[in-house]
Write a protein that binds this ligand. Structure first.
Ligand code: NAI
Ligand code: A1CAB
Length: 274
């Protein structure tokens, strides 16, 4: 029988994960999601057939796995309301929150718990997620395998043994869909200036990103070689790549990812006190 999985918070990230789980065949009947408003939950229940409720305590009553998926800023308050029930039943705790350590979460929930920290991303919704996972020492091999299976049903996973590496995971995959969406916006704007309709530009840019990612994933060549294969000497791509290098695309990405990882550290310091 499938494990009962309860999501506390049914926003962008959680709905991408449970939406992806349902699409990949996980029984909807074994999934419960909560939010503060019925208006958030009703369409999810209708579309996916999962259980929904605004009552967090009722939602975790039969949970084998509790996925904490509210914003980091309200996590403490939410954990404190769950604390007594969690201490009685000791389900596996999974948190998708950026910048909150397993130790902090465990403390807020009363201690002595198996906690997995997961840094997923929203493409989980379409089965193309990329998640980093860290398990605290109380997590059993069976629980590790269970979380691995759940997250593999919505994409690829990478376990890290050093929890601090989740900051790097946040920079390279958790936050990174937004970097690509920014590129889509910018490429669409540029293509419109060159005369294409916005619709055509968007379709072509997205298909090209999808094609480049699929090709790179299926190839045994490194991205540098695949890039050079597009660049005919004296041709058009060479000009574009020279421009991007001179304009500092590499430094911009380096800076963005450093800023992302640093923000995760700051959040940990700001929110994890006390
Ligand atoms: N959005 C993303 O791409 C990613 C988000 N995350 C993490 O996921 C978590 C959630 O982020 P989003 O989904 O983007 O936020 P969101 O604002 O879309 O979702 C938060 C959800 O929590 C619910 N909520 C608020 N208070 C609640 C309470 N007391 N009890 C139950 N539910 C409550 C809200 O109704 C909402 O459904 C954050 O901790 C974030 O760090 C992690 C990786 C990627
Ligand atoms: O922006 C954030 O804080 C969250 C964590 C990773 C993606 N979204």
């Amino acid at each position: 029988m499938a494990s009962n999985v309860t999501f506390i918070g049914a926003g962008n990230m959680a709905s991408a994960i449970f939406g992806g789980m349902v699409h990949s065949g996980y029984p909807a009947d074994a999934i419960t999601a909560t939010a503060t408003r019925d208006a958030t939950l009703a369409p999810l229940a209708e579309r996916l057939g999962i259980h929904t409720t605004t009552d967090n305590l009722a939602a975790i009553e039969h949970a084998d796995v509790v996925v904490l998926s509210v914003k980091p800023q309200i996590m403490r308050q939410v954990c404190e309301t769950l604390r007594d029930s969690v201490q009685k039943r000791r389900p596996l705790i999974v948190s998708v929150a950026a910048g909150l350590s397993a130790e902090t979460l465990e403390q807020w929930l009363g201690g002595g718990l198996a906690v997995v920290r997961c840094m997923p991303n929203t493409p989980s919704l379409v089965g193309a997620g990329a998640s980093g996972l860290y398990a605290n020492p109380r997590v059993s091999d069976e629980q590790r395998a269970l979380v691995g299976e759940l997250m593999t049903s919505v994409g690829i996973i990478e376990w890290v043994e050093d929890e601090a590496l989740l900051e790097a995971v946040t920079a390279v995959s958790g936050s990174a869909p937004a970097y690509f969406f920014l590129m889509f916006e910018a490429m669409e704007e540029a293509a419109v200036k060159l005369g294409l309709s916005a619709e055509s530009a968007r379709r072509l840019a997205m298909q090209t990103a999808y094609g480049a990612a699929s090709m790179a994933m299926q190839s045994d060549r490194d991205p540098g070689e695949l890039k050079r294969n597009v660049m005919s000497p004296g041709g058009t791509t060479e000009r574009a790549i020279e421009y991007l290098e001179q304009a500092g695309l590499r430094q911009a990405l380096d800076g963005a990812m450093q800023a992302c990882a640093k923000r995760a550290q700051e959040m940990s310091a700001e929110l994890g006190k006390g």
